[in-house]
Design a protein around this ligand. Structure first.
Ligand code: AMP
Ligand code: MG
Length: 320
């Protein structure tokens, strides 16, 4: 997933801790290999991308159907600010290459005309899902996905959060009493500590990532996802280009915020919403988060911290 995994597990004994910790890494590798990666030939996303424009589409697993349905719903509610069809644009910027350390020497931004062309292949409204299996309430359990020619899916904005949901489900089957697992900017808290104290999740200062702007105190199971302009970036012509793209322009989003943190029970939602809210900016993003019943925190260009009420009630500013 191109990120650092950190685990803190409270287990009855060392053996269980070691075993579950290895299981966590195995599950993450499996998700990447079988479902999420656009690079690995073995994954569903890769297989779906290969069918772009062939008219036959690709039959998604029920898990991936769920992920894509939820992402598409968010795209609609976020007026397109979140879009998993941005693959061609993300490839042009070579965003995953920056993280893999492939970017050495001077970086040149994509040509505007080439960027415009790539954008034409993107757009969640052009993605088609044909339900194949429906649930009792008419919900889509499994669907065939049709990508128009040139479109490529990229789950970089939601995959880590989805993985947290899967990890939570697997922890429920284990003897682990409490855990904190972070995948880059997405953090899962689960269960409790033996001494009953709260989980503490730090929110980085986007202007100086050696510092925290504050700490969230949480009880039980939560997901905290942050999207920030400091997470992945390159310097081009003296300007900093970060990894969160405004689908309206194909350029790094410039909505007046350095970072957005979302707090929800569900990992997929927290991850996808943090990206959507980053693109939308504080005002519209705050509204969208509240529509979803999620808590949100924005750090603006002016260095202001804006929060929903629920976020405020668990946030302690650094130094207090
Ligand atoms: P995140 O760090 O969760 O905000 O996700 C950013 C990653 O998602 C990028 O590295 C891209 O792969 C992809 N991405 C960038 N912009 C968007 C967007 N507006 N909607 C969906 N995915 C995006
Ligand atoms: Mg995200």
């Amino acid at each position: 997933m191109g990120t650092v995994v950190r685990q803190t597990l409270y287990a009855p004994d060392d053996h269980t801790a070691d075993w579950v910790s290895a299981e966590v890494m195995e599950l993450l590798n499996r998700l990447e290999e079988q479902e999420l990666s656009w690079r690995l030939e073995t994954s569903e996303i890769c297989a779906a991308n290969k069918t772009a424009g062939n008219g036959e589409g690709y039959l998604l697993s029920s898990d991936m159907t769920g992920v894509i349905v939820e992402c598409m719903n968010l795209s609609k509610r976020a007026e397109g600010a979140f879009d998993i069809t941005l693959g061609p644009v993300v490839r042009l910027w070579n965003i995953d290459g920056w993280a893999a350390g492939e970017q050495t020497g001077a970086y040149t931004m994509p040509e505007p005309s080439i960027l415009r062309q790539a954008l034409e292949s993107c757009g969640y409204e052009k993605l088609e899902l044909k339900p194949e299996v429906l649930g009792e309430k008419g919900e889509i359990l499994q669907a065939r996905i049709f990508l128009p020619a040139g479109m490529q899916l990229d789950l970089g904005a939601a995959g880590k959060g989805y993985a947290l949901d899967k990890l939570r489900d697997s922890l429920k089957e284990s003897e682990i009493g409490g855990a904190v697992i972070s995948l880059g900017g997405s953090v899962l808290t689960y269960g409790g500590k033996p001494d009953g104290t709260d989980w503490k999740v730090g929110i980085l200062n986007p202007l100086d990532t050696a510092e925290y702007i504050g700490i969230l105190s949480l009880k039980g199971q939560w997901c905290v996802s942050t999207s920030g302009d400091y997470e992945r970036y390159v310097e081009a012509d003296g300007a900093r280009c970060h990894h969160i793209i405004d689908p309206a322009t194909g350029m790094p989003a410039d909505s007046g915020v350095h970072s957005v943190t979302i707090l929800t029970r569900e990992g997929l939602l927290s991850d996808a919403l943090s990206t959507a809210c980053f693109v939308l900016g504080a005002e519209k993003g705050m509204k969208l988060a509240q529509e979803y019943g999620a808590e949100a925190l924005f750090v603006t260009f002016e260095g202001e911290i804006l929060m929903t009420e629920g976020m405020e009630s668990c946030f302690s500013p650094a130094g207090h």
